[in-house]
Design a protein around this ligand. Structure first.
Ligand code: COA
Length: 283
C-alpha cells in the first residue's frame, strides 16, 4: 500500500522494539527504507529484530536501556546519534501493564507501570525532542496509548492513568513544539494479540468474548497497526499533528447505549423490538 521507499532517509527509534507491536513497527519501518534503532531492556529480542532487519537488507541498531532511567535514556540517544547521525522519528511504544484489584496495589506497583509508560515516554520525548530542536529540521513523535486513555478501565488503573497522561502530553507538545516543526501524534490500539499483552491481560474465556464484543468479530493484526504507524510518521502525514488515531475495529464504541444489542441475533432483536411497539389502533 506504500511506495517501497516511503521512509527512506529517516532514522527511527522504537522503544520496546524487541517484541510485540514495537517489533512489528520496527520491521515495517525498515521494509519501507528507514534505519531503525530498537530500544529495550532485554538484549536477546532486540538482537533478533536487528538480525531480521539485516537479513532483509536493512540497517538497524539495538540499544539496551530501561526507559524509566532518564540518564540511561540520554546516553542511549547519544549512542543512536553517534551511530546514525540524527533521529527523525521517535515511537514511544514501551509499556508495562498487569491486571489487579486497585485496592491491592502497592505504591511500587503503581510506580512500576507509570514509571515505564508515562515517565518513560517523557524521558525519551525530552531527550529526542532536545536533539530535534537543536538540529532545527523538525521531526515526528508517535505515542502508543490505548482506547481506555479516555474511558478509563477497571483493573488496569496504573496503565489508565499513565496512558491518559501520555495522550495529554501528545496534545500539549503538538502545540508547544509546532514552532520547531515537530509533530506529535498518538495511536490508540484496541486488542492486538501479542505475547506481552496476552500473557498479562487475557484471562481464560476472555479471548472468545473479546472477539464477540468487537464489531469486526476479530482482533487486530500487528501489521495493520504497523502500517498506520508508518503512515503517521511519514511525510505524507505532514499536516496531522496532535491527533490520536484509534485502531480497534470499533471496539470501544460498544459500551455506548444500545450497541450491546448487536450481540443478539437480528431475529431476536426484531422480536424484542416488535413486542415493545404499541398495537395499532383499530379503525
Ligand atoms: N499484580 C500486582 N502487583 C504487581 C504485579 C501484579 N501482577 N506485578 C508486579 N507487581 C508489583 C510488584 O509486587 C512490585 O511491588 P512491591 O515492591 O510493592 O511488591 C512492583 O509491582 C514492581 O514489580 P517488579 O516485578 O519488581 O517490577 P519490574 O520493574 O520488574 O516489572 C512490570 C514491571 C510489573 C510492569 C512488568 O509487568 C513488566 O516488566 N512489564 C513489561 C511488559 C509488559 O507489561 N507488556 C504488556 C504491555 S500491554
Amino acid at each position: 500500500m506504500f511506495a517501497h521507499d516511503l521512509l527512506a532517509g529517516k532514522v527511527i527509534v522504537v522503544t520496546g522494539g524487541g517484541t510485540g507491536l514495537g517489533r512489528s513497527m520496527a520491521l515495517r519501518f525498515a521494509e519501507l527504507g528507514a534505519r531503525v534503532a530498537v530500544l529495550g531492556r532485554r538484549p536477546e529480542p532486540l538482537a533478533e529484530v536487528v538480525q531480521a532487519i539485516a537479513a532483509g537488507g536493512g540497517d538497524a541498531l539495538a540499544i539496551n536501556a530501561d526507559v524509566r532511567d532518564a540518564a540511561r535514556v540520554n546516553a542511549a540517544v547519544e549512542e543512536v546519534l553517534a551511530h546514525f547521525g540524527a533521529i527523525h522519528v521517535l515511537v514511544n511504544n514501551a509499556a508495562g501493564n498487569f491486571l489487579a484489584l486497585t485496592e491491592t496495589l502497592s505504591p511500587n506497583a503503581f510506580n512500576a507501570v507509570v514509571g515505564i509508560v508515562l515517565n518513560g515516554t517523557f524521558h525519551c520525548t525530552s531527550a529526542v525532542g532536545k536533539h530535534m530542536i537543536a538540529r532545527g529540521t523538525g521531526g515526528c513523535i508517535l505515542n502508543i496509548v490505548a482506547t481506555y486513555a479516555w474511558t478509563g478501565a477497571a483493573y488496569v488503573v496504573p496503565s489508565v492513568c499513565a496512558k491518559a497522561g501520555v495522550l495529554a502530553m501528545t496534545r500539549a507538545l503538538a502545540v508547544e513544539w509546532g514552532r520547531y516543526r515537530i509533530r506529535l501524534n498518538a495511536i490508540a490500539p484496541g486488542p492486538f494479540p501479542t505475547e506481552g499483552a496476552w500473557s498479562r491481560l487475557m484471562l481464560p474465556g476472555m479471548d472468545e468474548e473479546g472477539r464477540r464484543r468487537n464489531p469486526t468479530g476479530r482482533f487486530g493484526d500487528p501489521t495493520e497497526l504497523a502500517n498506520l504507524a508508518a503512515y503517521l510518521v511519514s511525510d505524507a502525514a505532514g499536516y496531522i499533528n496532535g491527533e490520536c488515531v484509534t485502531i480497534d475495529g470499533g471496539e470501544w464504541l460498544m459500551g455506548q447505549s444500545f450497541n450491546a444489542l448487536t450481540l443478539l441475533p437480528p431475529e431476536q432483536f426484531q422480536a424484542m423490538v416488535a413486542a415493545l411497539r404499541p398495537p395499532k389502533p383499530s379503525a
